[in-house]
Design a binder for this molecule. Structure first.
Ligand SMILES: [Zn+2]
Length: 66
């Protein structure tokens, strides 16, 4: 059984855009992975494993629709 990918934080160094995603399965949806910054188009995004708090906030945001 494949494990779901870990929560990831994407960060753009050109603008201040950043996003934490929490994929729910091994199938990454369009909102779960970013190849480039959706704001300025910078392809050199900084990706890191989300800290647990950011991951929880992202998850809560999904449910609360904020
Ligand atoms: Zn950007």
């Amino acid at each position: 059984m494949p494990l779901p990918p870990p929560p990831m934080t994407f960060k753009c160094n050109q603008c201040s855009w950043s996003k934490t995603t929490t994929p729910t399965s091994d199938a990454l949806g369009p909102g779960d992975w970013y190849q480039k910054c959706p704001k300025c188009g910078n392809p050199d995004l900084h990706r890191s494993r989300a800290r647990i708090l950011a991951a929880l906030l992202a998850k809560a945001g999904k449910y609360l629709n904020i």
